[in-house]
Write a protein that binds this ligand. Structure first.
Ligand code: F3S
Length: 388
């Protein structure tokens, strides 16, 4: 990979050990993937935050780094609500380690916004045509597909390295030739809300790392696209998709696949809730204000009978205290900075019900508990009724 004179000096350690390490990671990645050079990035979103996932080794690695990030940088969800962790059932020892990780990132100049949806909360964090170094697979998908920015699916160390250097190697989804659709998905069903999560759960498995181009019956909302991308990134490794008529031309040899109403219905049927469900968790990816509003409406005058978590960003929770109050009046809890998949608090349950295609795919493997799937209304019904 070609490096400028300044980049070489960083690699030789002239700007300190941390930047040297960061540059070594970027150069190694660039060499593996055949990048010609580094390009400047506009922002970084860094995974590897929950103590549950990075453990002691991760904490030590981040704590040893020095200096400041060069671009606006935010974090993925942590293993607990940074304030209300006791209410989640998190123990003191875990909390201490988790707060040490957060502090280490803060010292590096990273904003303590622990969310998988930075695009919902931070104006200008990603714009069409921007190059980014984002980690969280659902955020990567949203940035590439809905915003029209360009990012690979970075690991935690490579996103942090890119944040410290302000650059990332030019390969993968940063290049036009790797953004051409591979599958034409004709969706012959009328979809709404969590149906997009079900669609994503199916299509991710079908296309793997491919780039699907959806022909949909109507224009989805941003929240629906958020669910679709998240589910495809989890059931497959989709980091970019197109919807309706905005794909690049010249993609003629695409495999065509039809999705029928029965295919979507089957996702619900295979994952029906039963009496084992002892927790309902929504907000994967983190809830938007619209989604909180809907939940406040659905939970009005109701009382939850099972543990019910709603995950969102701290900024969204702080900006909408009225909605949070309405939701929590039912006994549901609005947690922020964290999520049901990366928090160890999920692991002590038996079976989690969700409206998210991504959580459905990840809960069994990462939390080692069973998962059920339903619409948002069904999730509220199961949470508020004695019998499933
Ligand atoms: Fe976000 Fe956690 Fe889901 S990071 S996308 S809420 S698994």
């Amino acid at each position: 990979m070609h490096l400028t004179r300044e980049e070489e000096q960083v690699l030789e350690g002239e700007e300190g050990e941390t930047l040297k390490k960061a540059m070594e990671i970027l150069v190694a990645l660039g060499d593996i993937y055949g990048a010609e050079r580094l390009i400047s990035i506009s922002s970084a979103q860094i995974a590897g935050v929950s103590y549950k996932t990075i453990g002691e080794a991760g904490l030590e690695w981040i704590s040893d780094l020095k200096g400041k990030v060069k671009v606006p940088s935010v974090l993925n969800p942590a293993g607990m609500d940074l304030v209300r962790w006791k209410e989640m059932g998190i123990d003191e020892e875990f909390a201490k380690k988790q707060l040490a990780i957060i502090e280490a990132y803060r010292r590096l100049g990273v904003s303590i916004e622990c969310s998988c949806t930075p695009y919902q909360i931070l104006e200008g964090v990603a714009k069409r045509g921007d190059h980014l170094a984002w980690s969280e697979s659902s955020a990567v998908s949203f940035a590439n597909s809905v915003i029209g920015a360009r990012t690979n699916r970075e690991g935690g160390p490579s996103a942090l390295s890119a944040a410290l250097v302000g650059k990332t190697p030019l390969y993968g989804y940063h290049l036009d030739q790797n953004r051409v659709p591979t599958h034409r998905m004709k969706v012959e069903a009328d979809l709404e809300g969590s149906d997009y999560g079900a669609l994503g759960a199916l299509v991710g498995k079908m296309v793997g790392e491919g780039i699907p181009w959806f022909q949909l019956r109507r224009s989805p909302t941003r929240d629906e696209l958020k669910s679709l991308g998240a589910a495809m990134a989890a059931s497959g490794s989709v980091a970019l998709y197109y919807f309706n008529e905005d794909a690049p031309t010249g993609s003629v040899d695409m495999e065509a696949i039809s999705i029928r109403p029965g295919d979507i219905k089957e996702v619900y049927e295979k994952n029906r809730p039963d009496e084992d469900v002892d927790i309902i968790a929504l907000g994967c990816p983190h809830c938007s204000p619209d989604e909180l509003e809907r939940l406040a409406h659905l939970l009005s005058k109701k009382t939850v009978k099972r543990e019910f978590w709603i995950c969102t960003s701290k900024r969204t929770r702080d900006l909408h205290p009225d909605l949070v109050e309405k939701i929590e009046k039912s006994g549901a809890k609005v947690f922020c900075d964290t999520c049901m998949v990366v928090s160890p608090a999920s692991d002590r349950h038996r079976k989690m019900m969700t409206n998210s295609g991504k959580a459905l795919a990840y809960i069994p493997g990462l939390c080692k508990i069973k998962a059920a799937f339903g619409t948002t209304e069904e999730c509220v019904r199961v949470a508020t009724e004695e019998v499933v």
